[in-house]
Design a protein around this ligand. Structure first.
Ligand SMILES: [Fe+2]
Length: 270
């Protein structure tokens, strides 16, 4: 695990938080650590997923899937929604794997899934989410931007900005404080509704988009929270449970994958 360096500036809040970032899937279980408010599994998407994503966006540039589902139904629901079984198969498999992993990690029987093609900046201002935890991954286009906890003056969020743009409100000090996920990265963003994480939800925003460009964003949320506990003693249990999920991505495909950066911002849809 690689933790983002703490700067210890004067804007530090009482609660200390850091990022857990690694190329290994099991870094996602670190979200159970009290002092972690973002966990990122850095991965390179297989070519098959990149190609399926491009085909889906070309066919469905207005794609909007938003529903609550049982993980057992993910493939069928997505195939029906996308209507292009062969072309989208690799993308469907990837999404279904993430749904399974998310449900295992948090003991969820249902998940709120949104798979959306975005031609505009959905949430342009830095903000926190009033959820326990949200999974976000970008399959195409610019990915989510976020701020390390110790770089944020949270009094400047929302009305505290006094209507000023993020770059002028005092929310952060330097433009290079802004971190950005890459295509394929799987991020767990801990929100304000995670017990004990009040006033420490990850500050993030949608990336800017050039006119005529698209991004494909997947988010997963808790549809039901009755089985979920943020008790961090569960993390080791869940770490052992989620590792086998990596089997959904075959070794040969991962070895043959190329960087998602080759697609980032490089194709326009009209
Ligand atoms: Fe958000």
């Amino acid at each position: 695990m690689t933790a983002a360096p703490a700067l210890g500036n004067d804007l530090t809040n009482i609660k200390q938080r850091q990022a857990a970032i690694d190329e290994k899937l099991d870094v996602l279980a670190d979200i159970y650590d009290d002092d972690v408010n973002i966990a990122v599994w850095q991965r390179l998407l297989p070519n098959s997923v990149l190609e399926a994503t491009s085909k889906v966006l070309l066919e469905k540039p207005d794609l909007q899937i938003s529903l609550a589902l049982d993980p057992a139904d993910t493939r069928e629901v997505l195939v029906n929604a996308l209507g292009m079984q062969a072309e989208s198969a690799a993308l469907v498999t990837d999404v279904a794997g993430l749904v399974d992993m998310f449900c295992y990690l948090f003991d969820l029987k249902n998940v709120g899934l949104r798979l959306t093609a975005l031609g505009h900046t959905m949430c342009p201002r830095f903000h926190v989410d009033k959820v326990p935890c949200r999974l976000a991954t970008t399959y195409f286009g610019n990915a989510t931007e976020w701020l390390p906890h110790d770089r944020v003056d949270r009094s400047k969020l929302g009305p505290g900005s006094r209507g000023k743009p993020d770059a002028q409100s005092g929310l952060f000090s330097r433009s290079d404080d802004i971190q950005q996920l890459d295509i394929g990265d799987v991020a767990l963003l801990k929100g304000e509704s995670w017990i004990g994480n009040e006033e420490a939800g990850l500050v993030h925003r949608s990336p800017g988009l050039q006119p005529g460009t698209l991004r494909l964003l997947l988010t997963l949320d808790f549809a039901h929270t009755s089985n979920f506990s943020s008790d961090n003693t569960k993390s080791s249990k869940h770490m052992s449970r989620i590792v086998p999920i990596s089997e959904i991505w075959g070794e040969s495909e991962r070895e043959g994958s190329s960087s998602g950066h080759t697609l980032q911002g490089g194709v326009k849809f009209h």
